[in-house]
Design a protein around this ligand. Structure first.
Ligand code: GLU
Length: 432
C-alpha cells in the first residue's frame, strides 16, 4: 500500500511551493488508493509557531487535501533519541560534548550512493564529500535529516515526494536508513518553481501564501488546477482539468523534470475558466460578504435575485471573485466618479443633445427591457447619423466610470431608468 507524507515546517505560511508538494503527494495517494500522512516538522522551537500550523492546516483543508493522519515531531523526541542511542551502541555514531550539551553525531563512511529517483532518474552521490552528520543536536532536538528518516521509516512511508531543494539531503538520508537497517523509500523530487524572470519565487513574483490567494478571490479548484500544470500535463494540450479526472490520469513518471515558472497571468486565466462555469448561486454566496464588507448592500434585506443577475452579467469576465466588487461598483454607489483622464477622452465633446434625446426615447419605452433599450439606442444613432461607438463609450463612461464592462444595454437595464437618467443628465446639464 502506498503511503506518502507532506512534512511542512511551521516556520511560515503555506506557499505555492509547499502547496504543490502537498498536492502531488495527495494526488499520488488518491491515484494509488494509498494514504496521505501529514507530519508537522516542528522540532525547531525557536522558529516554529502554532499560528503557522493553523494556517497550513487551514490552507490544506481549503485546497481539499484531506489527510489520513497527522503527527507532530515535537511530541516524538523519545523515539529520535532512542534511535540515535542505538546507533551509538552499534558504534555508528559518537558523542560530541560542548558547553551547550551533548550532541550525537553519525560517522559517515566514504561510499557511492545511488538513488533511482522516480522523476529524475538515476542519481549518484559521492559520500566521500559528506561530513559526519548531526543526529541529535546539543540542545537535545533531532536534526532534520535524522528525524525525517526515523519518521519516514516509523510511518512506513513508501514514497518521499518533495521539492528538488531536498536532493542534497537524500544521500545523507539514505545512509541513515542503511545504518538503522531500514529499506529506503522511493524518492521523487519535484522540479523547482521559479519566478517569471527566473530566480527564486519572491513575494513580487507570486510566492504569496495560499491564504492570500484565497483572500484575493482565487478558487481552490483553480489554484489546484494551476499547481498541477506547473509540473505535470494531462496531455492533449489540456489546461483546464478537474481534480477527480487528474486522479485517474496521474502518473508520477510523467512529472516534468525541468523547472516551472510561476505565471500569475496564467493562473488568472485558469481561475477565469473555473469561475465561468461555477454555479452562479454559489458565486453570489462568495460575493455577498464582500458587498456587505464594502457597505454596497445591507447585512440583510437585499434583493438576492437582483444580485444574481448582476453576478451573471460579470461572470464570464471575472479573473477573481473579488473583481466583481471593483468592476460592478457603479451598481451600488449612489454617485460614481469619472477619472479626469476618462472625462477628457470621452466626455469632453458636448453630447448633451444626444444624451437628452436618448433619455427621452428610454422614457417613451412601453417595456423597459434590454431589447427595447437597444432599439432606442440604434434608432437614435441612425437618426443622428452618428457612429454607434461615438455614443457607446461616452454613455458607458458616464454611467459606470469605466471604459469596459458588460454589454451597455444590459448595464442600462440593471441600472434602471432612474439612475441612468440621473447619471446622463449630470453630464448633459453640465455641458449646457
Ligand atoms: N520539513 C521539510 C520542509 O519543509 C520537509 C522536507 C521533506 O519532505 O523531507 O522542507
Amino acid at each position: 500500500m502506498v503511503r506518502v507524507r507532506f512534512a511542512p515546517s511551521p516556520t511560515g505560511n503555506l506557499h505555492i511551493g509547499g502547496a504543490r508538494t502537498a498536492l502531488f503527494n495527495w494526488l499520488y495517494a488518491k491515484a494509488q488508493q494509498g494514504k496521505f500522512i501529514l507530519r508537522i516538522e516542528d522540532t525547531d522551537e525557536a522558529r516554529s509557531r502554532k499560528e503557522f500550523v493553523a494556517e497550513i492546516l487551514g490552507s490544506l483543508e481549503w485546497l481539499g487535501f484531506s489527510w489520513d493522519g497527522i503527527y507532530y515531531q515535537s511530541g516524538r523526541s523519545a523515539l529520535y533519541r532512542g534511535r540515535a542511542e542505538q546507533l551509538l551502541q552499534d558504534g555508528k555514531a559518537y558523542l560530541e560534548k560542548s558547553e551547550k550539551g551533548e550532541a550525537i553525531i553519525y560517522r559517515v563512511s566514504p561510499q557511492k550512493i545511488k538513488i533511482n529517483d522516480l522523476i529524475r532518474g538515476e542519481i549518484e552521490f559521492d559520500a566521500g564529500v559528506i561530513k559526519d552528520q548531526v543526529l541529535i543536536k546539543s540542545d537535545g532536538t533531532p536534526a532534520y535529516n535524522f528525524a525525517c528518516v526515523v519518521d519516514d521509516a516509523d510511518m512506513r512511508i513508501t514514497h518521499v515526494i518533495r521539492g528538488d531543494d531536498h536532493i542534497s539531503n537524500t544521500p545523507k538520508q539514505v545512509m541513515m536508513y542503511q545504518a538503522l537497517g531500514f529499506d529506503p523509500p522511493y524518492f521523487a523530487h519535484l522540479p523547482l518553481i521559479l519566478g517569471m524572470e527566473g530566480g527564486r519565487l519572491s513575494k513580487r513574483t507570486g510566492a504569496t501564501a495560499i491564504s492570500e490567494f484565497r483572500a484575493l478571490g482565487y478558487l481552490a479548484p483553480a489554484l489546484v488546477n494551476y499547481l498541477l500544470l506547473l509540473s505535470w500535463s494531462p496531455g492533449e494540450n489540456r489546461e483546464v482539468i478537474d481534480i477527480r479526472e487528474a486522479i485517474k490520469l496521474f502518473d508520477l513518471k510523467a512529472v516534468n523534470k525541468t523547472a516551472a515558472a510561476f505565471d500569475l497571468k496564467k493562473l488568472d486565466w485558469i481561475n477565469n475558466q473555473h469561475l465561468k462555469v461555477m454555479d452562479v448561486e454559489k458565486l453570489t454566496d462568495e460575493i455577498i460578504p464582500q458587498l456587505i464588507g464594502r457597505k454596497y448592500i445591507p447585512q440583510n434585506n437585499f434583493d438576492r435575485s437582483y444580485l444574481v443577475s448582476l453576478v451573471k452579467l460579470f461572470q464570464p469576465r471575472l479573473s477573481k471573485v473579488n473583481d466583481f466588487c471593483d468592476w460592478a461598483d457603479f451598481f451600488f454607489l449612489e454617485e460614481i466618479t469619472v477619472e479626469p483622464a476618462l472625462e477628457e477622452k470621452f466626455l469632453k465633446t458636448d453630447l448633451s443633445r444626444e444624451f437628452k434625446l436618448f433619455i427621452q426615447r428610454l422614457e417613451g419605452l412601453k417595456v423597459f427591457d434590454v431589447a427595447g433599450i437597444e432599439a432606442c439606442f440604434r434608432e437614435l444613432a441612425a437618426e443622428l447619423n452618428l457612429e454607434t461607438r461615438k455614443l457607446v463609450h461616452p454613455i458607458r463612461v458616464a454611467l459606470t466610470g469605466k471604459t469596459v464592462g458588460p454589454g451597455l444595454f444590459e448595464v442600462i437595464y440593471y441600472l434602471g431608468l432612474g439612475r441612468t437618467k440621473k447619471r446622463l443628465l449630470k453630464w448633459a446639464e453640465r455641458s449646457c
